[in-house]
Design a protein around this ligand. Structure first.
Ligand SMILES: *Cc1c(COP(=O)(O)O)cnc(C)c1O
Length: 511
């Protein structure tokens, strides 16, 4: 049974439900013809592969299983079940349900990538069309749909940078990838995974790349620069053409982290800003539910001079017939089985088809409007501020700082986030980007109505008032959630995390 313990619900594990020898399923008996033909099943299994003792399984009835998992699913916070999901950088927009219908269509789910090309022309056509749209929106020349995520796209991008410099006999000296200090953590991580050293450059007071700092680090060791525009502060890098000129002038390549594309669709294109390689997180900008572990998709586009290095196969079209092309002698090889994760690609296809070019542009416009509305309303809330060029309009997201509140009341960004949970609102991203102390990174997206934005703004104001009148109450939050304040350090310590029933038993000193 569910137990109530002070402020916290203690969720039973499924192993703790039910009772010994209770079963929740019936296995149909083996038909006599079959058992006559094969004999005793156990005798067919080699003795060294037979279990010596029965597996440790939960002993529950069907209704107990159903209640348990439905309940767990209801404890989750979803874009379509919560109030507002302003998790900055992650673009938690609403994903139209029709996309799911398209992606789950049996004509797609029941085919196999090893089938003859002639029998899968429909899905190859979708992959090809999505690639064309992707190239048009980003301003690139060719693309691979294989990467399974943004970070995977970054990794591919870095491998392409490597292949390019290796081809020119320069890889031994070009070992450095430049990343601004506002970059997402995956940028330096993927550069390192591809064998590069990362060089960090600071942001200027305007929140943009410090041009002089960039000039001082580029040179013959430069392999490339990774940048997202607008950057993680939600500010558009005005000097992007100059940045590209500096990097190209030193012989380096420009990599675009497209996680922030939701701000600029139909407005401007990374390909026109001077970028040579681009990834886009289809699951963010092009509407696939994400945050639960996948599948995602991070297609990578390149300018034509890098097309020879792309992974194979790519989908091409000739006279209305789609085919898989393996003819890239300089390819870096495969980075995913078959064509990547096809279901998010189908969802992106349905989404793009529904919105069209003008719809994508409008989506970006509303996303930007919504984030400026919130930034404008929150920047004067007591204890909050909008660091870095407060007068400059934000793009799709805005990063506020709670450092004033932290100093004056002891209530930090983390506590504000917990206070929001109590009010039924998903917390924004906190403590990222690293260059903003006590950061609250808010990305409302275009799919939120005005009422949701206002409810969020009201909730933040309420928390601010409470911080200045009765800070303890904020510090004790959350009280209305399934679990109260977690011990962040303990929760991250490998010795205290038990992810298996066996480990749990050992820790709890049970049988
Ligand atoms: C989400 C994100 C990434 C990584 O993308 P994944 O699809 O999660 O791997 C990279 N950069 C930025 C700015 C992001 O927001």
């Amino acid at each position: 049974m569910r137990r109530f313990r002070q402020a916290d619900w203690e969720e039973p594990l499924i192993f703790e439900l039910g009772r010994e020898e209770r079963v929740g399923f019936t296995v149909p008996s083996v038909e006599p013809e079959v058992s006559d033909a094969v004999g005793d099943i156990e005798e067919l299994v080699p003795t060294n592969m037979l279990r010596s003792e029965p597996p440790m399984l939960p002993e529950v009835s069907e209704i107990e299983v159903l209640r348990h998992f439905i309940h767990l699913s209801q404890m989750n916070y979803g874009v379509n079940s919560g109030v507002f999901y302003p998790l900055g950088s992650c673009t938690m927009k609403y994903n139209p349900v029709i996309n799911e219908v398209v992606a789950a269509h049996p004509k797609i789910t029941e085919i196999h990538p090893d089938q003859d090309e002639a029998t899968v022309q429909g899905v190859l056509g979708i992959l090809y069309q999505l690639k064309r749209w992707f190239l048009e929106v980003t301003g690139m020349d060719d693309a691979s749909l294989q990467p399974a995520a943004g970070a995977h796209g970054e990794f591919l991008g870095n491998l392409l940078i490597r292949a390019y410099h290796a081809d020119r006999g320069e890889i031994d000296k070009r070992r450095e990838i430049i990343v601004p200090d506002s970059a997402h953590g995956t940028n330096p991580a993927s550069a390192m995974m591809a064998g590069f050293k990362t060089v960090e450059i600071p942001s200027g007071e305007d929140g943009c790349v410090d041009i002089e700092a960039l000039r001082s680090v580029v040179g013959e060791h430069t392999a490339g620069l990774m940048l997202t525009n607008p950057n993680t502060l939600g500010i558009f890098e005005r000097n992007i053409s100059e940045i590209a000129e500096i990097v190209h002038g030193a012989g380096g390549l420009m990599y675009y982290d497209g996680a922030n594309l939701n701000a600029i669709m139909g407005k401007c294109r990374p390909g026109d800003m001077g970028f040579d390689i681009v990834h886009v997180n289809l699951h963010k900008t092009f509407s696939t539910p994400h945050g639960g572990g996948g599948p995602g998709s991070g297609p990578v586009g390149v300018k034509s001079f890098l097309a020879d290095y792309l992974p194979v196969p790519t989908v091409e079209e000739e006279d209305g017939v789609y085919r898989l092309d393996y003819d890239r002698p300089k390819t870096i090889g495969r980075i995913h089985g078959y064509h990547g994760n096809v279901s998010p690609i189908l969802k992106a296809y349905a989404y793009t088809l529904a919105l069209g070019g003008s719809g994508l542009k409008e989506a970006s416009e509303i996303a930007v409007l919504n984030s400026n509305y919130i930034a404008h309303k929150l920047k004067d809330v007591r204890g909050l501020s909008l660091p870095y060029a407060p007068g400059v309009p934000r793009k799709h997201e805005a990063v506020l700082s709670a450092s004033g509140m932290a100093e004056e009341t002891g209530v930090r960004a983390l506590d504000v986030a917990k206070g929001l949970l109590d009010r039924g609102i998903h917390a924004p991203t906190i403590y990222f980007p690293l260059i903003v102390p006590e950061a609250l990174m808010i990305e409302p997206t275009e799919t939120e109505p005005l009422e949701a934005l206002d409810a969020f703004i009201e909730a933040v104001k309420e928390i601010s008032d409470l911080a200045y009148s009765n800070p303890k109450e904020v510090l004790d939050a959350p009280r209305n959630t399934a679990v109260g304040r977690l011990d962040e350090a303990r929760a991250a310590h490998p010795k205290t995390i038990c992810l298996s029933w066996r480990a749990y038993c050992a820790l709890a000193g049970r049988g």
